[in-house]
Design a protein around this ligand. Sequence first.
Ligand code: HEC
Length: 132
Amino acid sequence: MARRRVYSGWSAGIAPAVPSAAPGEFDLVAQMKVLRFLGYFVLVVIVAAASFAGYIAISGIATYTPEKVNLRVEVTPAKVERGRKYASMLCISCHLDPSTGTLTGKRLADVPASFGVAYSKNASACNDLQSL
Ligand code: HEC
């Protein structure tokens, strides 16, 4: 009768060596290593996110007092022409009122009714710019 081989290392605190899988075989040990690594990674991400949320909860959301912008724009014919070009490319589709021919704003007819009635603003007269 064959003798049963009994692993005797447990008492010494040594786990039995797990045979690694042959190439192409399902390698449970490698799979477990990957899963363990992913588990630690997710844990680190969760701890980092919770720490950040806790920091924001304790310190509060930062507030800043806006500074007055002192902007002086030198008006030259070249700049006005460039502005006209950009406005005609980017702005007139919404701001040009066909009845006045200026950027005084209009009703945006293609806004779906479920969003209500929308008007573009009068972009032709900015008090701040006129005071420059
Ligand atoms: C897709 C449509 C659309 C385009 C394109 C568009 N606007 Fe407007 N604009 C609006 C609407 C709508 C409002 C009004 C928003 C509101 O009442 O809250 C507005 C508001 C403004 C205002 C007033 C902002 C304020 O706080 O009172 C200015 C200035 C303006 N637009 C300038 C421009 C300029 C300059 C361009 C091109 C670079 C441009 N818009 C392109 C739709 C547009």
